[in-house]
Design a protein around this ligand. Structure first.
Ligand SMILES: *Cc1c(COP(=O)(O)O)cnc(C)c1O
Length: 403
């Protein structure tokens, strides 16, 4: 891999300060590729993956809506130009006040998964449309979002029947297979669950108008925490999803449209960080063994929140070439939290032995969940500022933002 092949490399090379970059043209291309893979679906970007105004605006221009989890997210999406009808309240966790505020904003589609929540929606957002989140098997995902949300197939029927009795419109069902879901089996089992509920609802005279397939689409680029390349079978996954949509389309009297809520898929590969080496040091630990540690200027609390499960590709632009001597190191962030590091038991990273304090480091494929999971300055390490570029270069279109 040469530097020219790395998206954003021109922008990364052109800065002398730590900064996060997003490639807007790249994100737009991911959106277009998703629509090619899943023709006819409605895309609602899970904005928690990258709540950046420019990103939201670019996706909105391209036609995407937003999956929002809170009032501030909805307000930000509206400010960025997302039409209110393209935003749904995708969080099953919400207070009475949250529901009333969303209703006042003009939100008409609400996720739900319990009788308590449905009753609250009926009271505070009368006449709203509700879709019920199903609890499904999320094995095969790097982050399963399994137990906190969703109800059983039997309860989903009761929830949607109750919604109808309370004057709401039972409009859909939703699932989330877990983030970075690597297996087709998870999708097969999700579609089975969905078909079960659709059949049961059909028997009760409830016809839905959509199924929300959630997020979870995986991306290549990073290694898992054992240092193995993540190479998701993306073509097979899309084929399973297309088959599943066709299968559900034939169940009962529903006339189903499909919504997807990608987060990671749209942005992960389109973000990169310019960081620097704090120190490469070799220490003897408790076990008396000498271990190299590469401390970076950014880590779990300022850009690399997912370093518990992921190893990001690192580029050392001032230490290129095949002759470079490398040593195996644990990569860690700058704070005094021991979680701010790759697990030393898992794969070590080969890094140039001659790395010096201040040398630039490029962290690739870190566009998802980078800005949203940055702390305000844990240990005094502030959030990274970001710049959006258009087309991978350092281009003039990028707008600098303070952190
Ligand atoms: C986080 C989330 C998503 C996005 O998940 P990805 O794995 O990033 O695609 C979609 N839908 C809901 C409800 C979520 O909570």
């Amino acid at each position: 891999m040469t530097h020219q092949d790395i998206p954003l490399s021109a922008a990364l090379a052109a800065t002398a300060e730590d900064r996060l970059f997003f490639d807007l043209a790249g994100i737009e291309e991911r959106y277009a590729s998703l629509l090619r893979e899943l023709p006819g679906v409605t895309v609602r970007f899970a904005m928690k993956a990258c709540p950046v105004d420019e990103v939201l605006a670019r996706l909105a221009e391209a036609g995407a809506g937003v999956d929002a989890a809170s009032i501030p997210e909805m307000e930000q999406a509206v400010r960025a130009g997302v039409p209110i009808g393209g935003i749904h309240y995708g969080n099953t966790v919400k207070s009475d006040r949250n529901i009333a505020d969303a209703h006042r904003l003009g939100i008409r589609d609400f996720a739900t998964d319990s009788l308590e929540d449905v009753a609250a929606i009926a009271e505070h957002a009368p006449g709203a449309r509700v879709f019920c989140r199903l609890a499904i098997d999320t094995r095969g995902a790097l982050w399963g979002l399994s137990d906190k949300y969703g109800c059983s197939t039997a309860d989903a029927v009761t929830v949607l029947e109750t919604a109808r009795e309370l004057g709401l419109t039972p409009s859909g069902l939703s699932v989330h297979v877990g983030s970075q879901q690597m297996t087709v089996e998870a999708w097969h089992s999700a579609f089975e669950r969905l078909a079960e509920v659709l059949t049961a609802l059909d028997g009760r005279g409830i016809a839905l108008d959509h199924v929300n397939l959630g997020g979870g689409l995986p991306v290549p680029g990073c290694l898992d925490r054992h240092g193995r390349p993540l190479d998701p079978p993306i073509d097979k996954l899309f084929a399973a999803i297309r088959d599943g949509m066709a299968y559900l389309g034939a169940v009962g009297g529903h006339r189903l449209g499909f919504v997807v809520e990608p987060g990671r898929y749209l942005v992960a590969g389109q973000g990169a960080i310019r960081a620097h080496v704090s120190r490469l040091s070799a220490r003897r630990g408790r076990d008396g063994r000498r271990q190299y540690w590469l401390y970076l200027s950014c880590g779990k609390f300022n850009g690399l929140y997912e370093m518990d499960e992921l190893q990001y590709p690192l580029v050392f632009p001032t230490h290129g070439g095949p002759g470079v001597r490398r040593v195996p190191a644990v990569v860690a962030g700058p704070t005094c939290d021991s979680d701010d590091a790759y697990s030393p038991e898992h794969g070590l990273v080969q890094v140039p032995e001659a790395l010096a304090s201040g040398d630039p480091v490029w962290v690739l494929s870190c566009g998802a969940y980078a800005t949203s999971y940055m702390t305000q300055g844990f240990n005094g390490f502030g959030p990274l500022p970001y710049t959006c570029v258009d087309g991978g270069g350092a281009g003039g279109a990028g707008k600098a933002r303070g952190g």
